[in-house]
Design a protein around this ligand. Structure first.
Ligand SMILES: O=C(O)C(=O)C[C@]1(C(=O)O)C=C[C@@H](O)C=C1
Length: 354
């Protein structure tokens, strides 16, 4: 070993000891805070977002802000676990992007509960079996996840947070001779995100939609001439090879997930509010809804219409705005909006994804 290498490792050892002491001091403070909360809710999304943003603002590298967020999310996850255990349901099975989103938001010190359907995630949170749930809500290439939107309308749960996860799809198979692949399994959303790649590279292969990407990988593991489209993490779970990486048609392909819970999250300073609206049946009604937002300078980040399921050709609108429902201009805009809407339900205010 060269002298320089030895020296660097000695310095790392010394720093690790200092880090060890400091993270344990931090953990002890979190424990104290836990006692002060006395039966209160342990997870404080607004505080966690503020901690991450402050550190990202102060970060001078060489670690990236993405790395800093991942590192300190894990630190907070371990500290939080000393205050109280936390359970989180997600749309499973293990190895799906939703599991990755839950991990990204909550870190590893939580009890993850895999659910077979989006409905089951809602039920698990509603019944109190778990404290939080994570479900996909929209993808940048394929659009809304209708089932999540429909359940948000019916449910009493609050949206407590959002997670943005860059989605990189891979072709997984037992053998990587692409000319031998006859069928490709995947979730319909993932097949949609890769249709351009499939048209060019596997035009003759059957595209078989299944319930999840993990299920696709499980099926591909049983047939030598079949492949799955899934995240690279699924390859390890099912003993498959990653034959081709990044086969999504848009390199910026991102899925947005929602964190569901029962708490009203306090303002963090950079927040979003989600709601569902319906307009009265008269000319200009939708315009009036949006005019209330414009009047108070509230930006809209999403507008999505869905059948209302209560009348033929009737629609509800899913709207996200910038700001917390307790912010002054949001309070004014929402009060006016409520006057012109036939129906209005606030789904929750929560910190912007860090
Ligand atoms: O500040 C708190 O309320 C804490 O419990 C500490 C802490 C942290 O580790 O920083 C942990 C859990 C909360 O969700 C927020 C922050």
């Amino acid at each position: 070993m060269s002298d320089k290498l030895k020296q660097c490792r000695e310095q790392i050892d010394a720093l690790d000891e200092a880090l060890l002491k400091i993270v344990n001091q931090r953990a002890a403070l979190a424990q104290q805070i836990g006692h002060l909360k006395e039966g209160g809710v342990v997870l404080r999304p607004e505080r966690e977002a503020q901690v991450l943003r402050r550190l990202q603002d102060a970060n001078q590298g060489p670690l990236s802000n993405v790395a800093i967020a991942a590192l300190f999310t894990e630190v907070m996850s371990q500290c939080r676990a000393l205050e109280a255990p936390l359970s989180v349901a997600y749309l499973g099975p293990e190895g799906t992007f939703t599991e990755a989103a839950a991990l990204k938001r909550f870190g590893s010190a939580v009890q993850g509960v895999s659910c077979a359907t989006i409905d089951d995630v809602f039920r698990a949170v509603e019944s109190g079996e778990v404290q939080y749930g994570v479900v996909p809500v929209e993808n940048s290439t394929e659009g809304a996840i209708g089932r999540t939107l429909d359940l948000l309308l019916q449910s009493t749960l609050q949206v407590c947070g959002e997670v943005m996860l860059p989605i990189h799809q891979c072709l997984l198979a037992q053998q990587c001779d692409v000319s031998q692949i006859q069928s490709v399994y995947s979730h319909p959303q993932s097949l949609g995100q890769c249709q351009g790649w499939l048209n060019v590279n596997l035009p003759a292969a059957a595209r078989i939609p299944v319930s999840s990407n993990a299920e696709a990988a499980r099926l591909a593991a049983g047939h030598v001439n079949c492949a799955a489209i899934a995240g690279a993490q699924a390859a390890g779970h099912f003993g498959l090879n990653v034959c081709v990486e990044n086969i999504e048609d848009d390199a910026r392909n991102t899925t947005r997930f929602l964190v569901l819970g029962k708490q009203q999250v306090a303002a963090s300073g950079e927040d979003k509010t989600s709601m569902v609206l319906s307009a009265t049946n008269r000319p200009g009604a939708v315009h009036d809804l949006l005019a209330s937002l414009a009047k108070y300078d509230v930006s809209m980040t999403k507008f999505e219409s869905r059948p209302s399921r209560s009348g033929l050709w009737e629609y509800v609108f899913y709207v996200d705005i910038e700001g917390h429902q307790t912010d002054e201009k949001v309070v004014l805009a929402l009060a006016e909006l409520k006057q012109s809407a036939a129906f209005m339900k606030i789904l929750g205010s929560y910190p912007l994804a860090v």
